[in-house]
Design a protein. Structure first.
Length: 307
């Protein structure tokens, strides 16, 4: 299967879709960086800021005003590692970190957008927003059926201006319509919620360089995690329980998002909690019902209450 998927719980989306052996579809940023040398510059967040004429600079260059948002210039592992708000010049001096940058502290809606790009032009896109919780966690993500016309136009213009010759998937994170991160991949956590035939269209894009997908039946989807307290080891739920959850009304998929044989501290997780699983569903009620059933398979003293 030529889809490069490092998380085995997401292979379920791709393993039954034929794909030519010579085609390689990345889902992880380190692979994207290796496979796209002409466009890997987008992982330089300082350059991405400069393409939008934002006030930004590396640590060592003092911002003209505060607060600012500080983060690594390049971070291929995600999860917000090393990011924080800096509120004064003294804090900036004390928190100096080589390889980090600052940019404006943005306000507005935080949106994740997947785009299919055909020869430097956006051919399809879909937006998702998360309901933030504590410690870098999200209660759930909504994968919207509705269009975001202003944001879509901004992203299409940016791709047209900066991604000449690129064909493949892209993911953008924006706050208030400003790009904060760009990736040469899609968000593989919820691609099953994009509709029947989407993975086949993905394969066609990489195999033939063209995007064809009937998106007329799109509907809202929901991606809901289950978190537990850090500092504990966990076993996967019994196979019968997993099958039961996957067949519940409205449930599209269940991802058990940790490795049983790997120490908990070696998983990349948000500081607020250890993610046990993700449930994708076509309604919030269906997602919540499935999460409650899944939570019952773990020690209730360790599971974080999210309802």
């Amino acid at each position: 299967m030529p889809v490069l998927e490092r998380d085995p719980w997401r292979l379920q989306y791709f393993e039954h879709v034929p794909c030519p052996e010579h085609v390689v579809i990345p889902t992880d940023d380190p692979d994207c960086w290796l496979l796209s040398p002409a466009h890997r510059w987008i992982y330089d967040k300082l350059k991405v800021a400069e393409t939008q004429a934002l006030s930004a600079g590396p640590h060592g260059v003092m911002p003209a005003s505060f607060p600012v948002f500080s983060k690594p210039v390049t971070n291929l592992k995600g999860m917000g590692i090393g990011s924080r708000v800096i509120r004064s010049a003294a804090e900036m001096e004390h928190g100096y970190a080589p390889g980090h940058m600052w940019m404006p502290l943005l306000e507005g809606e935080h949106v994740s957008t997947d785009c299919a790009v055909e020869n430097g032009r956006v051919a399809w896109l879909r937006h998702a927003t998360g309901l933030a919780w504590d410690g870098g966690m999200f209660r759930y993500w909504t994968i919207h059926a509705q269009a975001f016309p202003g944001l879509a136009a901004h992203l299409a213009g940016w791709v047209d201006a900066h991604m000449a010759g690129y064909t493949g998937m892209m993911n953008f994170e924006t706050i208030g319509g400003t790009i904060i991160e760009a990736h040469l991949r899609f968000a593989d956590q919820w691609c099953d919620l994009y509709g029947a035939g989407w993975v086949e269209a993905l394969v066609r894009l990489y195999a033939e360089g063209r995007w064809t997908f009937d998106d007329s039946a799109r509907r809202d989807g929901f991606s809901m995690p289950l978190f537990a307290h850090h500092g504990h080891g966990f076993a996967h739920p019994p196979a019968a329980v997993q099958t039961e959850i996957r067949t519940m009304p409205g449930v599209k998929s269940l991802q058990v998002t940790f490795h049983e044989g790997k120490p908990p501290q070696d998983h990349a997780m948000p500081p607020g909690g250890f993610r046990l699983a993700v449930i994708n569903a076509t309604s919030l009620d269906a997602a919540r019902a499935a999460r409650r059933r899944l939570a019952a398979a773990f020690d209730p003293r360790l599971v974080l209450s999210q309802d």
